[in-house]
Write a protein that binds this ligand. Structure first.
Ligand code: HEC
Length: 106
């Protein structure tokens, strides 16, 4: 099958990364896990009201990914690509509601 052939080639290049992406793609987002990871690491500087403040600055899914990456690096917490995607999905589905289009990889 075409898809698995592509995954196989990519996995050769970056086995770990692609393995976790494949698991993520197979299982879909885990919003509960995303929320848990978020609440463990992301409430030190702001609470979730920052996501819904009237002039909140995030206006697209791409901007949300960038912001989460920036804030995650500021916290110094390490998440797998799947965990990162779960946090982004949690934030998007709970607060931002951007159109997700095709599945993203965080
Ligand atoms: C070191 C302090 C700090 C921590 C910890 C932190 N953030 Fe932030 N975050 C900020 C600041 C400061 C802003 C506001 C930036 C601005 O207003 O320009 C912000 C804004 C945001 C926004 C944009 C809000 C908007 O206006 O739409 C998102 C999304 C976000 N943070 C996600 C996270 C996530 C996810 C985590 C956990 C990984 C996290 N933050 C942890 C400092 C932090």
């Amino acid at each position: 099958m075409k898809t698995s052939a592509r995954v196989g080639i990519a996995a050769g290049a970056a086995a770990l990364l692609c393995a976790s992406l494949a698991v993520y793609a197979a299982n879909g987002p885990d919003i509960a896990l995303g929320k848990r990871l978020h609440n463990q690491s992301c409430l030190a500087c702001h609470n979730p009201s920052v996501y819904t403040r009237p002039n909140h600055k995030i206006r697209s899914l791409a901007a949300l990914r960038t912001q989460v990456t920036g804030c995650r690096q500021a916290v110094g917490v390490h998440w797998s690509p799947a965990e990162r995607a779960d946090v982004i999905d949690y934030l998007n589905r709970t607060f931002y509601h951007f159109d997700e289009g095709s599945r993203h990889h965080g």
